[in-house]
Design a protein around this ligand. Structure first.
Ligand SMILES: [Fe+2]
Length: 199
């Protein structure tokens, strides 16, 4: 089952998602939606509802992990399965790292959410490079192995970006301005979003 947007917000409440994570998730969903709509226009077979729900729920395991520890992608995926949301569980489970990425394979919903998440720092749209430097500084300092793994994951994300944008008629940089376009499926606005009430 793919939950509707309102059901995703209800799950955010149920799992006590923090406001900043909720705002971040809404921007990730908005980016996912822009990419998905562009891909549909290019004739790519992709499920818009799975992308939006997967993006809104990608950090659903975060509060539990902040309180008790654990891998928030894995915990989030388990929460989805408990609610019989099989169609989004894999998207949530692989939003940090893709398990079996194939450059030549068909574009998948999980690749889009994985990529969109890395374009948002808190609730600001950033480049992959900016996000990489923030993550390295926050998690990779003083740990060479983690530093190396973060870099490898972002190198993979650059490849995913190239794969997605090979089919799109806009560039990665355009997302920063496109995000201010008319709202579509995803409401309400993030609390306190600082761009004139639009996103
Ligand atoms: Fe996350």
């Amino acid at each position: 089952m793919v939950p509707r947007v309102e059901e995703c917000y209800a799950l955010m409440d149920e799992y006590r998602m923090l406001n900043n994570i909720r705002d971040h998730s809404i921007i990730v969903a908005r980016i996912g939606e822009l990419i998905a709509l562009g891909l549909v226009k290019a004739g790519v077979d992709i499920a818009l509802d799975r992308i939006i729900a997967g993006a809104l729920l990608h950090d659903i395991g975060k509060t539990a992990c902040l309180e008790q520890g654990g891998d928030h992608a894995q915990v989030g995926s388990e929460i989805c399965l408990q609610h019989k949301l099989h169609e989004v569980a894999d998207i949530v489970g692989e939003h940090v790292r893709l398990r079996d990425f194939q450059l030549q394979g068909a574009i998948s919903e999980k690749e889009i959410v994985y990529y969109a998440d890395k374009r948002v720092n808190h609730s600001s749209v950033v480049t992959l490079d900016e996000r990489l430097h923030y993550i390295l500084d926050r998690y990779g300092r003083n740990n060479t192995e983690i530093y190396r793994r973060i870099q490898a994951n972002f190198a993979q994300c650059q490849v995913v970006e190239a794969k997605l944008f090979a089919r799109l008629d806009f560039s990665p940089g355009d997302i920063t301005t496109m995000i201010h376009g008319p709202r579509t499926l995803i409401t309400p606005l993030p609390t306190g979003y600082s761009h004139g009430g639009r996103y």
